[in-house]
Design a protein. Structure first.
Length: 140
């Protein structure tokens, strides 16, 4: 499990690095308004990813803590409802925050979308790194 946790921590770190690079690049090559929008979207995306990661990890640990299968099944059904409730609540909060940001006119829509994509970019970079390591390690 520790290898999985390290991978998730690495992915989280890569997402924040991607956000920093995109924000700085936007500041220098586009505008401060665009950079602010990238930063706002990236913070929303990265925090949501972090919370989701913690919720899933907690759910899995609570289910696997029971030695007997009946206890695991009961805990899984109970935990699934709680997880889904948290998930939809998080989505609703993100929706409200995005609505407020867009309605206020403080953000550039394209910068916001770019910022919201930081987790996708981070996951892509980590996945490509894993593929690169696999193919160049001689395990094929």
């Amino acid at each position: 499990m520790s290898g999985d946790v390290l991978s998730l921590q690495k992915m989280q770190g890569v997402c924040w690095i991607v956000l920093a690079i995109l924000t700085l690049g936007s500041f220098f090559f586009v505008s401060i308004s665009f950079a602010w929008s990238v930063l706002a979207g990236g913070i929303i995306s990265n925090i949501s990813f972090l919370i989701s990661q913690k919720d899933i990890k907690g759910f899995i640990e609570s289910v696997t803590s029971f030695p007997e299968i009946e206890g695991r099944e009961a805990k899984a059904k109970q935990g699934q409802k709680g997880y889904l409730l948290k998930f939809w609540l998080r989505i609703a909060i993100i929706g409200v925050v995005l609505l407020l940001l867009i309605k206020s006119g403080v953000v550039n829509i394209f910068g916001l979308i770019l910022g919201l994509s930081t987790v996708v970019f981070g996951i892509t970079f980590v996945s490509l790194d894993v593929i690169r390591r696999y193919y160049f390690s001689g395990r094929r």
